[in-house]
Design a protein around this ligand. Structure first.
Ligand code: THU
Length: 140
């Protein structure tokens, strides 16, 4: 089951994720990705991919958004939107799925926007089934 956002929340979230594409630093791939995260407190926190001359060091938009939110003190989140210039929209990489999983539950919705502003939505439970999370560390 997917958490329901209001139409207004989704409109703001998508607008900010699409706008965040313009802040991407991606001179190597030229593949822009923007993201926007909605916190439980109703704040919108954006991110974009930041690449590096040492290619594997680059960071995806999703991890920039989550990292920014976490260091600002946020721990609870309602949804993320990810925007790219392809069709259908890019889905988060495996590393980002696990990174996000740390802070969210299986029903957390991931909205993926394509170049035309159309979206598909999946839960993190669909994108990362049978995941390993913080609770597993305390099990015996
Ligand atoms: N990228 C993201 O930022 N998020 C995704 O969901 C897919 C891929 C970035 C990583 C790299 O900077 C570029 O897109 C090409 O892989």
């Amino acid at each position: 089951m997917t958490t329901t956002l209001t139409a207004a929340e989704l409109e703001i979230l998508s607008t900010k994720a699409i706008a965040a594409k313009a802040t991407a630093y991606c001179p190597y791939s030229k593949f822009r990705v923007g993201a926007c995260l909605l916190t439980a407190q109703g704040e919108y926190i954006s991110g974009a991919n930041v690449e590096n001359a040492s290619y594997p060091v680059g960071t995806c938009a999703e991890r920039v958004a989550f990292g920014t939110a976490v260091v600002a003190g946020h721990r609870d989140f309602k949804a993320i939107a990810i925007a790219s210039d392809i069709k259908p929209g890019a889905t988060p990489c495996g590393m980002c799925r696990q990174f996000m999983r740390e802070f969210i539950t299986p029903s957390f919705p991931v909205y993926m926007y394509d170049v035309d502003g159309n979206y598909t939505v999946k839960t993190i439970g669909e994108l990362l089934p049978d995941s390993f999370g913080p609770d597993d560390l305390s099990k015996e």
